[in-house]
Design a binder for this molecule. Structure first.
Ligand code: ZN
Ligand code: ZN
Length: 101
């Protein structure tokens, strides 16, 4: 494949500027500190929403990265996509924090 099948040049998650520290990346996804809320956020590389089994795999990956990031302090996944609803991503919030929805 030479072209990206799902890419939106106006989407900041597609552009994926490394303006914050990246905690993890592979060919399917990446995890970086969110520049807005300062918590780890996993982003699926294609612009869109994954199938359930792909999403499960991504969430498992976020689990690995977040558990290490929070050093066993606990965290919870926040799948609510406030700013970019049509590009899959998920935040890992610190336990007991950030419940403002
Ligand atoms: Zn955020
Ligand atoms: Zn996108």
């Amino acid at each position: 494949m030479t072209e990206l099948p799902n890419y939106d040049a106006n989407c900041e998650l597609c552009i994926a500027n490394k303006i914050t520290p990246w905690l993890y990346e592979d060919e399917e996804c990446w995890v970086a500190e969110c520049m807005i809320c300062d918590t780890p956020m996993i982003v699926w590389r294609p612009h869109g929403l994954p199938e359930k089994d792909t999403e499960d795999r991504l969430m498992a990956k976020l689990g690995e990265v977040a558990t290490k990031h929070y050093n066993g302090d606990g965290w919870w996944p926040d799948p609510h996509r406030r700013n970019i609803p049509d590009h899959w991503h998920c935040h890992a919030r610190p336990k007991g924090g950030f419940f403002g929805r």
